[in-house]
Design a protein around this ligand. Sequence first.
Ligand SMILES: [Zn+2]
Ligand SMILES: [Zn+2]
Length: 382
Amino acid sequence: MAAPTTTVEHNPNIPDYEPGDGNTKTFHVDSFRKEWLSRLKQSEYSYKAENEDTFHANFAREMGVSVDLMRELKDVCSTTALHCHSEDQQPDPEVVPDDASLKTLIERKKHQDYKASLKIGKSRHDLYADEQARLFVAIRPESLEHLIPEGEVILTINAYYPATFEKFVYVRPHVTLLLLGSQSLTELRDAICCASDLQVSGELSNTPEMAPDFISKDHFKSAFFFFEGVFYNDMRYPECRDISETTIKWTKANKFPSYRKAKMEDTKFADLEIKVGFPYLYCHQGDCEHVVIITDVRLIHKDDCLDRRLYPLLTHKHRVLMHKCAVCYTFIGRWCTIGDQFAPSNPCLFCDKCFRMLHYDKDGKKLGDFLAYPYVDRGAFS
Ligand SMILES: [Zn+2]
Ligand SMILES: [Zn+2]
């Protein structure tokens, strides 16, 4: 598909929201990739590792120094030569000395003292901060069929949670995904996990076994991305509706810049015209709106994961606390009851097991009077 282009004329009715230096100018992803490839030598983006001696010889030539001087520089500037203690001492790198004068060490000490004052061990958040990124470094597929071609482009995309809670406005939790230029927008859509896709609507206290049949994702499949004045609608299934139509009509009637539309499944990331760092929109389930920011566009490197099947590649996932069952306080809440005589609070959360044990007899007959709604916790993906 040809790259969509939009001309957004200046309209005095529309304030200029765009901050001056928060994002790049609009560019076409594939043209940018080609520009790189025309300027770089193949050896610079090839997966084949360059011989270390050749690398140093080339580097010495480029810097205009002799190979011997290059070797000496390498020894002097090596990280092993960096120490602030005498050779016979081997201090623990975790312990910051009390008389530290380096600003970074002073800040680190402050942070360590603060952590110690909390009297908790290392949290999951600390331990797994870069877990995903670590897992996929330099993975190569066993067969060439799945190997990503050299010179492919990788986009780093942050998909933010909808700001449904006041505190989300400040903490900005998100997932970070890596996508290839040759992947379609639907692959990003399918990789964004959102609790609203799994919501089950309706009061089901009389038929709790019906719950799994009513997931919103299966019923309401429409969604769009909005990049640079173009709505990319997901039209893969017959049930999909063009939910951008209302907005497009409204903009026409109100003399806004004319927005266009295209199909999400027919558009590849390489086809897009985008700005890096600019907040775009992903909308699904009618009004569940996520900000999507492309934070980086670059060529693939031999140390990246080279197996096409593992993309979109999740490299960061915000962990949110789970809301647990009010009875066992062990499992995640799956049911929310209202007006429940057995519950300690109103409304009240139960895991599936406790909910059924407490509210139904051994033949599955409902006991007592209450309303029950299936509940999907936003911590379910953590
Ligand atoms: Zn959502
Ligand atoms: Zn429970």
